[in-house]
Design a protein around this ligand. Structure first.
Ligand code: MEV
Length: 331
């Protein structure tokens, strides 16, 4: 008999508006992108330990995979060891949701393997995995974008197009499908790494100690609400202006760097707007532009690694010996 293989794929994301502020209940919009992580998973009776990419699972190197396996396999009483292979096009610690795509695709393969795959279960399990892996902090925005694909709107209030609701102690996030024309972005990597857990802790401390930080976070929330309205009207020039404003506010929150600021300035010569994406402290900027080639060339002249990406139609999928499961069939 052939071994029962489960395979899964899940996209990375960019945050158009609202990173960091979303942790404190302000609204945010994330767009899934067509750079993905893929996972293959086979239970193997001959193994004595879980294996990842041909080596024994190591907590330090494979933190998110270990958390997902504990949650959905070991804790469910399965004793057979797993052979896991991963393959990703997403750079790590770059604000493009690489750990969320890894958590989501691993959970999707595990839920497929145990015949429990559903979009809400996946969204919950992927968030739980990332939350633990990220030092028990952060919002479900990255894993929800990776699960659903397309674009999502996260808010503390529930609206139309509701997908699922996730809670942690006294925080509640309602996740919604965000209607969006397919978009392209130019992405440029600063060459610096930004660790999400550390940056979320830094902003939390600033927020808890000063009114200034609380006001900046509320202002980020306002740019998100205005940005959503500009997207609804199809006014990309206004979306771009608001991205610029959001970047300024993130700078005031202490999560930009001089290199990220410089890349945004360069991108804006050929773009509606540009901002850092994700936790910051390094990682990437995104530019919304009608001239992707010119924008990309200008950024390459600054020695940045660049990508032109499109918003992803598909969210997480799993397939293998039990057929294909796709999560975003409703939209
Ligand atoms: C990281 O992509 C987004 C942050 O808002 C952290 C989080 O929401 O968990 C910075």
């Amino acid at each position: 008999m052939r071994p029962p293989v489960s395979q899964a794929a899940a996209p990375g994301k960019v945050i158009l508006f609202g990173e960091h502020a979303v942790v404190f209940g302000e609204p945010a919009i994330a767009v899934a992108i067509d750079l993905e992580t893929k996972v293959d998973l086979i239970p193997d009776e001959t193994l004595t330990q879980h294996q990842v990419n041909g080596e024994p699972l190591d907590t330090y190197k494979h933190l998110f995979i270990e958390k997902a396996i504990n949650l959905l396999w070991d804790n469910a009483g399965n004793t057979t060891r797993l052979n896991v292979q991963t393959n990703s096009r997403l750079p790590s610690a770059a604000g493009l949701g690489s750990s969320a795509a890894l958590s989501t695709s691993t959970c999707a393969a595990l839920l497929h393997q145990t015949e429990q795959f559903s979009e809400t279960r996946l969204a919950r399990a992927a968030y739980e995995t990332e939350w633990i892996g990220q030092g028990e902090q952060g919002s479900p925005i990255d894993t929800s974008a990776s699960t659903h694909g397309q674009a999502i709107f996260v808010d503390k209030e529930e609206h139309d197009n509701h997908l699922w609701t996730l809670r942690r102690s006294d925080s509640t996030w309602h996740v919604h499908h965000q209607p969006l024309e397919r978009m392209s972005f130019v992405i440029a990597h600063s060459g610096e790494k930004g660790k999400t857990g550390e940056l979320v802790s830094k902003v939390q401390m600033y927020h808890d100690r000063t009114d200034v930080a609380q006001k900046i976070i509320e202002d980020i929330g306002d740019t998100t609400r205005e940005g959503q309205e500009a997207l609804r009207r199809g006014n990309l020039a206004r979306v771009g202006e608001l991205m610029d404003e959001a970047h300024e506010l993130l700078g005031m929150l202490g999560v930009s760097t001089s290199r990220l600021d410089e890349l945004c300035r360069t991108a804006r010569e050929h773009a509606h707007g540009a901002k850092l994406t994700g936790a910051g402290g390094g990682g990437c900027i995104i530019a919304l532009t009608d001239e992707p080639d010119a924008c990309r060339e200008a950024l390459q002249d600054e020695r940045a690694e660049t990508w032109i990406v499109r918003s992803a139609r598909k969210g997480a999928r799993a397939w293998g010996h039990r057929g294909t499961r796709t999560v975003n069939e409703r939209h």
